[in-house]
Design a protein around this ligand. Structure first.
Ligand code: TRP
Length: 431
């Protein structure tokens, strides 16, 4: 079984609140622990530059957001956790994609169009206050995704158009230069828990009703005491329906604990007591994370070291992949020019894929080099289509894309991973 590569970017801006934790951080951290998931998570600091032009704030936010994710249980040893600006290949790929991206496509981006509308309403010039960075936002985001050939990109609804644009750019590039990029799918979290804020509306910075995730305990308690309730007195039965306090409790509690609070509501618990229960329940989950967070923000060098280690892992993919893409577009050493033509002239020297069926009824394929030496021998597939898809994946992503349960890529006895990659590259060059 091959792994699903899931990639998400987090813009380092603002202070995370309980709504971010319940709606995004906690589910993403949990998902990253699934064995079939190869998770890439990064701090989109190049993106943050578009809206934040305060260097101190950008640096501080990067530290806080990185520390938050680690404190919330993201394991940098198992996921690839990095900072966008540590990967110089990203801006390079951004340029390659810029050159295959229609300007008209970017004109249609919702975020850009919203600026145009705002300016029109204010009677200003259409592009007033629009930096070229804002306009190019979707291209940079496409580079983030396509660099790592992510299969799935979990995003909020507002970002779906950006994934579609990334697919567009990937298709244009593949059409021009050969199959290099995987087309990513947006994964929209329909069932994302939205948490009510202090005033009962959705918890959001724009409503100024948030509870910061790592507020110190006394501030946390004070904010919780300020959650809106109705004016029912102690002893009067209370409704769980429409109670912000109850909903927040539910997001942290087990079903049993939630049932117990529902009973307490029916029995007329005083609002002050219910709030104290909520404070204790939240603090029980958050306190250990807060301690880690405080430790990490007090020692930025620890966070920096984790991000540097993440960058090494990310670049182990990005550097060779960029070399391949540079070659594909024609940014090549000059002496390399004659080689693909020579390969084309001598068709017999090209590696070949051979598909066949065995007595066991399954479908197999082999990759042989130009001299007929077997480099790769597949396992059995249920249908010729499955085998064909595995070949397509090999061709586009390299043999590491076809790993077995133990993360091993297929190589025939006597051949090496390098032999396989060389053969795949020869096939791409010949296309
Ligand atoms: N644009 C995303 C947001 O505002 C952040 C982001 C940048 C991102 N690059 C990405 C998300 C790549 C997913 C994949 O939330």
């Amino acid at each position: 079984m091959s792994q699903v590569r899931v990639l998400t970017g987090i813009k380092p801006s603002g202070t995370p609140h309980l709504g971010n934790y319940v709606g995004a951080i906690r589910p993403t951290v949990r998902a990253s622990r699934q064995p079939q998931v190869d998770s890439f998570l990064f701090l989109a600091d190049y993106h943050a530059m578009i809206s934040t032009q305060d260097p101190v704030r950008l640096q501080r936010s990067t530290l806080e957001i990185a520390a938050t994710w680690i404190a919330c249980g993201l394991d940098p040893a198992r996921v690839t956790f990095y900072r966008q600006s540590d990967i110089p290949e990203i801006p390079e790929l951004t340029w390659f994609l810029t050159c295959v991206c229609g300007k008209g496509l970017l004109n249609r981006a919702h975020a850009y169009k919203a600026m145009l509308d705002k300016n029109a309403a204010a009677g200003a010039e259409p592009d007033d206050g629009v930096s070229a960075g804002l306009f190019m936002y979707p291209v940079l985001m496409a580079a983030d995704i396509l660099m790592f050939n992510a299969h799935q990109v979990p995003v909020g609804r507002d970002q779906v158009q950006h994934i579609e644009m990334a697919r567009d750019m990937a298709s244009s590039f593949n059409h021009l230069y050969g199959e290099h990029f995987t087309l990513p799918d947006a994964v929209i979290e329909e069932s994302v828990a939205t948490l009510p804020g202090l005033d009962g509306r959705k918890m959001s910075k724009s409503y100024d009703n948030v509870i910061p995730l790592f507020a110190p305990p006394d501030q946390l308690r004070k904010l919780i005491m300020g959650i809106v309730t109705d004016s029912k007195t102690p002893g009067e039965p209370k409704q769980t329906e429409g109670s912000a306090l109850f909903q927040i409790y539910q997001a942290f509690a087990t079903p049993e604990e939630t049932a117990a609070l529902a009973q307490a509501y029916a029995d007329g618990i005083a609002w002050g007591d219910a709030k104290q229960l909520l404070f204790e329940r939240i603090d029980r989950e958050i306190a250990p994370m807060r301690a880690t967070y405080d430790e990490l923000t007090a020692h930025p060098e620890k966070v920096e070291a984790m991000l540097q280690a993440g960058a090494v892992k990310a670049r182990a993919v990005a550097t060779p992949f960029t070399a391949r893409v540079r070659h594909a577009v024609g940014l090549r050493p000059l002496q390399a020019v004659a080689q693909p033509q020579a390969a084309k002239a001598d068709k017999a020297a090209l590696p070949t894929f051979k598909q066949y069926r065995e007595k066991d009824g399954l479908f197999y394929f082999k990759l042989a080099d130009g001299k007929g030496r077997v480099l790769l021998q597949s396992t059995g597939f249920a249908s010729p289509k499955d085998a064909g898809q595995a070949i397509a994946r090999l061709k586009s992503q390299g043999h590491a894309a076809c790993t077995d349960l133990h993360g091993q890529a297929p190589v025939a006895p006597g051949a090496s991973a390098d032999d396989v990659e060389t053969a795949l590259q020869a096939l791409r060059d010949a296309e």
